[in-house]
Design a protein. Structure first.
Length: 132
């Protein structure tokens, strides 16, 4: 299920949102869209920039998460459709309305400090970095 027509698989991680037959797009993806139907495709949000809607800094973080931890709600414009995501910022040097881009990182938190076995899950993900 993808919008891409290319048969070659990309090695780069994707920030995958789901597209539904009514035109809506959600991140994270859900098995049923707002119209109650299954997704009809995916959209890689890592190919887009987004606007900071709001942001905050957490100083009381879970084990293994950096302190301070800067977080933002950002909004992507995908074919005229708003798609919002919550994620870490590279740093706290942003303002509401700034343009950011998703950047893949190998570890969003230290796998050796958490309560789960390090091999039990993936620790990578995306942070948002200001576009200069």
């Amino acid at each position: 299920m993808t919008d891409q027509n290319d048969d070659t698989a990309s090695e780069e991680p994707e920030l995958t949102a789901y597209r539904y037959s009514d035109g809506s797009i959600t991140y994270p993806g859900h098995p049923r869209g707002p119209d109650g139907k299954e997704p009809v495709g995916t959209v890689d949000l890592s190919e887009y920039t987004a606007e900071v809607v709001t942001w905050t800094t957490s100083t009381a973080t879970p084990p293994g998460v950096r302190q301070p931890n800067h977080l933002a709600i950002v909004e992507f414009d995908v074919d005229g459709r708003p798609v919002r995501a919550l994620g870490q910022l590279e740093d706290g040097n942003v303002a509401i309305g700034d343009t950011v881009e998703p950047v893949h990182v190998d570890e969003l938190r230290d796998p050796e400090v958490g309560i789960r076995e390090p091999a039990s899950q993936s620790w990578d993900g995306f942070r948002f970095r200001p576009v200069e």
